[in-house]
Design a protein around this ligand. Structure first.
Ligand code: AMP
Length: 183
């Protein structure tokens, strides 16, 4: 990347870091919740976030953007529009009328299931997956496995924030991760 492009990315990253809101003890005591609403509500913040999440395509071309429910829908739609690509949602169980594949994964308490719709992901498509936060990595890993089960490939996973202490990156088994910020 050119020095000018590097500097532009640094300034985008600084803006996102400034706008990101940390909420202590939500949804329960001891959890630090990273709230993106303050970033998305700011026109410059939304534009900067979209540029940063789109950046992996310069090294790894993609055919489609996948947004992970629910904040990944907001970010994924902006990224897809910026890249001139379509958007496919990975949804929580029970929301889609026609399901191509589903994948369950463990949460801290209990489990959750993610699903992909029928007929919207072309076999062989190279996908850019988008979400807000990578914590333990369970959600992202399940989304990647779903995409692969449908015959597409994960070109990159892009998140606004990675929480490295939770080792989510390990769960991605070497799939390329692009995190705008780490906390
Ligand atoms: P995980 O499966 O543990 O990586 O959790 C990732 C999902 O949970 C993401 O879709 C986030 O929206 C949400 N999440 C987990 N931890 C946090 C956090 N500390 N702040 C905000 N969102 C979080």
């Amino acid at each position: 990347m050119s020095p000018a492009a590097d500097a532009a990315q640094d300034s985008d990253r600084e803006l996102v870091a400034e706008l990101l809101r940390e909420v202590p003890d939500f949804p329960k005591p001891g959890i630090r919740f990273w709230d993106l609403t303050t970033v998305l509500a700011d026109a410059r913040g939304l534009a900067a976030t979209t540029r940063l999440l789109s950046a992996p395509v310069t090294e790894r071309p993609v055919d489609v953007v996948i947004g992970i429910e629910a904040r990944g829908f907001l970010l994924g739609a902006a990224v897809a529009q910026a890249l001139g690509l379509g958007l496919v949602p990975v949804r929580k169980q029970g929301k889609l009328p026609v399901v191509a594949a589903s994948r369950s994964y463990d949460l801290e308490y209990g489990s959750a299931t993610l699903e992909l719709p029928v007929g919207v992901l072309a076999p062989g498509a190279r996908a850019l997956l988008v979400d807000d936060v990578l914590a333990t990595g369970g959600t992202a890993a399940a989304a990647c496995e779903l995409v692969e089960e449908c015959g597409a490939t994960v070109a990159s996973l892009a998140v606004v924030l990675e929480l490295p202490d939770l080792d989510g990156r390990e769960r991605l088994a070497g799939r390329p991760l692009h995190a705008v910020l780490q906390r």
